[in-house]
Design a binder for this molecule. Structure first.
Ligand SMILES: *Cc1c(COP(=O)(O)O)cnc(C)c1O
Length: 399
């Protein structure tokens, strides 16, 4: 193995071996299943989507699952099914992917941000309570990086103020809080199977709900607003006319995606164990560096280990966050930023008048955070390369 000093003159990895951030593990079973879908000719929504919905709801433990083509679609439809629209306020976190906020805007409702707790990086219950007004109708907690939000407090708050909870579980398929899986606390749980997520279907999403009525409505919304029999319209029971009963969307998942999902889901626990091992290795390797590591998990919770984020504080490291991102890229290691806080983006500034300084914890973390690769696909060599590159990139680490 290369040592620290050998590595100083050349990048840790060659350009040809650039380590892509968030690269998915793709195995033979899903490749075969996609081929088999192609051979049957049934590519659209069909039996493989139905199987994936069923397997997924069994894994998480919910009565109904509706597959869609993204988590963004899942969030949007959940809010429509909750009856949200113009005049309603929906509270969420400033440290999230833009899709969480955009989906609120697409319903016509008004997004309201509540700052995060700087240790957990999750939305802070006290900040949420401070943002509740008579117009607040819903709360979207994001289980950031796979660490569960304080769901006891949020469920109490929701009850008191009559709010619908829609959980953004894009990072959190395996997440548990006090023995219960994330996505089952709110009226709806929204999941993502985008390529970089814990399991993936290329693009894809899922909505979990315990309400049969909501599940039926979600299915109608996800396919043009056509009456639910439309999903089975082309069966051998004879032609059925569809009726359009809502102004719906084109959000359905394809069987090609379901084919990938059913096999990915079968490996969710080994993948989780692998990410946990990488997480522990990073914690041990970085213990002596002048950077902040992810806070330890709280007792009686299960972290999904979706993101491993370090904080680069220039005064301690001798390098700015953005220079560190460039330094890692020069070592041919892909890194991510999750996330520049929402109010840093011009659209939200000009539309809502948001200012980053009004959410100081999200602002600081958004400016210091770096996500290191933690996909189940990484080999032991990849992991050691990441560690070496991090050490090389921090001038105040003596080596
Ligand atoms: C990835 C992500 C989404 C969007 O998921 P898509 O499936 O790409 O639409 C939403 N919220 C968070 C927190 C995410 O990380």
């Amino acid at each position: 193995m290369k040592t620290f000093s050998d590595s100083l003159n050349q990048p840790v990895r060659s350009k040809e071996r650039f380590l892509v951030f968030g690269a998915p593990a793709i195995e033979e079973a899903e490749i075969e299943e996609v081929i088999s879908s192609m051979k049957t000719g049934w590519l659209g929504t069909g039996p493989k989507v139905a199987q994936f919905e069923n397997d997924f709801k069994v894994y998480v433990g919910s009565k109904h699952a509706v597959a869609v083509n993204s988590c963004t679609a899942a969030l949007h439809l959940s809010m429509l099914a909750a009856g949200l629209g113009p005049g309603d306020e929906v509270i969420t976190t400033p440290l999230t992917f833009c899709a969480t906020v955009n989906s609120i805007i697409h319903t016509g409702a008004t997004p309201v941000l509540a700052d995060i707790d700087p240790v957990t990086m999750n939305i802070d219950p006290e900040q949420v309570a401070a943002q509740i007004t008579p117009r607040t109708r819903a709360l979207i907690p994001v289980h950031f990086a796979g660490r569960p939000c304080e769901m006891d407090i949020f469920c109490d708050l929701a009850k008191e103020s009559n709010l619908t909870i829609i959980e953004d579980c894009a990072h959190a398929i395996e997440t548990e809080y006090k023995g219960r899986k994330a996505g089952t606390f709110g009226s709806f749980g929204s999941f993502s199977f985008y390529v970089t997520k814990n399991i993936m279907t290329g693009e894809g999403g899922m909505i979990l709900t315990n309400s049969e009525e909501s599940a039926a409505r979600l299915k109608v919304f996800a396919l043009h607003g056509m009456s639910k029999d439309a999903w089975k319209r082309f069966s051998d029971e004879g032609y059925k006319h569809y009726q359009v009963v809502e102004c719906g969307f084109k959000y359905n998942m394809m069987d090609l995606q379901g084919a990938i999902g059913v096999h990915q889901l079968r490996r969710i626990e080994p993948y989780w164990l692998r990410r946990q091992a990488i997480w522990k290795r990073y914690n041990e390797a970085f213990a002596e560096l002048p950077i902040d590591l992810p806070a330890p998990s709280e007792p009686d919770t299960r972290h999904a280990y979706h993101l491993y984020t370090i904080l680069i504080d220039e005064t301690r490291t001798g390098i700015s966050r953005d220079s560190f991102l460039n330094a890692m890229t020069a070592e041919n290691i892909g890194v991510g930023v999750h996330y520049l806080s929402i109010p840093e983006h011009p659209y939200y500034q000009k539309t809502f008048g948001w200012r980053a300084e009004d959410y100081p914890n999200a602002k600081r973390i958004g400016r210091q955070t770096v996500s290191l690769p933690i996909s189940a696909k990484l080999t032991d060599i990849d992991i050691e390369d990441v560690i070496l590159a991090v050490k090389k990139s921090i001038p105040k680490f003596s080596g």
